[in-house]
Design a binder for this molecule. Structure first.
Ligand SMILES: [Zn+2]
Length: 334
């Protein structure tokens, strides 16, 4: 709509007849020479005293006298909410805009942080066991090549007994066919590497440093905890990001299989995964009537000045909160 008015620019006393108009966010009029445009929110309506015209006060000190209060308010009325929000984003207080942007960014980051672990767990759950088996054998081949793994020096009878020990640490409900691969790993030293689909690589060096099979059972139970919860797969999907997870959802595992051997062979577990594997291992140990302190005792001995088990300790850093509790529980009585 248009509304006639009398424009006083604040400098001269003579007014000019103008025709006021409103676009989305502005009050617009021309004085015959210039076109004036003011944000509607910056124009104030003042009801005139008795016998005097109503006024629109402009932010630059100008005034427009108008005859129709209704038309005047129509020209300066509040916009619908979306238009006002847009206007506020364009002209509102800068710190409020920054706050809004920060809140949006925090919401997006929170969604990413919480959403990615969920996506990774779901994508891992949907990955067929055959794909996990292929990743495990490719990782073992890579380890053999890069870490100088050799056939185990342990007797076949000892290897058999350790294989049986592993199977005793596996839950009955497991979907995997577990296999223990014993290796002579002089470069890695005492180590145990859980790979997907139930393949556990354990070094002769770890077997020799254990004081009992119960200690080895505790280590195997922890490795089984990682495998059952698909920590390797979940960890590398989290590292690969949402695109890797989405490609797995669509049944395309080629990218995952390309990066899996390198990442699985050098996996460092997060505190969250360590906690989950520990919980599972403690349950298994309790069911066998064994102390939850067995692996802590072996790891403490391995954490010596020679750093012989540096690989093992860096891959399984433990859950810091739980480690403090365990240290208290497992401290030798003095
Ligand atoms: Zn671990």
């Amino acid at each position: 709509m248009s509304l006639p008015g009398n424009y006083l620019d604040g400098h001269s006393h003579a007014g000019k007849a103008v025709m006021l108009q409103r676009d989305a966010h502005h009050l617009v009029f021309t004085d015959g020479v210039h076109t004036h445009r003011y944000p509607a929110h910056s124009v104030k309506f003042l009801a005139g005293a008795s016998g005097l015209p109503d006024q629109l006060q402009l932010p630059d000190g100008g005034v427009i006298e108008v005859a129709s209060a209704y038309g005047c308010q129509h020209l300066t009325r509040r916009q619908p909410l979306p238009a006002r929000l847009l206007e506020w984003l364009q002209h509102g207080w800068p710190w409020l805009r920054l706050l809004l942007l920060a809140l949006v960014a925090a919401a997006l980051w929170g969604g990413y942080r919480n959403g990615l672990p969920w996506l990774a767990a779901e994508a891992a759950r949907r990955t067929p066991v055959t794909v996990e088996q292929e990743m495990a054998s490719a990782s073992l081949k890579l380890l053999e090549k890069t870490s100088g793994l050799r056939p185990s020096q342990l007797s076949p009878a000892r290897q058999d007994s350790l294989q049986k020990l592993l199977l005793q640490a596996v839950p009955h409900t497991s979907r995997y066919h577990y296999q223990l691969r014993l290796v002579d790993a002089r470069e890695l030293g005492p180590d145990i590497i859980p790979l997907p689909a139930g393949l556990v690589v354990m070094s002769d060096q770890l077997v020799k440093r254990a004081r009992s099979d119960d200690e080895l059972f505790a280590m195997l139970a922890h490795a089984v905890g990682h495998i059952e919860a698909r920590h390797g797969l979940r960890g590398l999907i989290r590292t690969g990001g949402p695109s890797l997870a989405v490609s797995l959802f669509t049944g395309d595992s080629s990218t995952l299989q390309a990066v899996a051997p390198i990442m699985l062979a050098d996996m460092k577990y997060s505190a969250e995964f360590e906690h989950e594997a520990d919980v599972q291992a403690r349950r298994t140990l309790a069911a066998r009537g064994l102390s939850p302190c067995l692996s802590a005792a072996l790891l403490a001995r391995l954490d010596g000045p020679d750093h012989a088990a540096a690989n093992l300790l860096s891959a399984h850093p433990g859950d810091p909160a739980a480690s403090a509790d365990m240290a208290r529980q497992c401290a030798p009585a003095s």
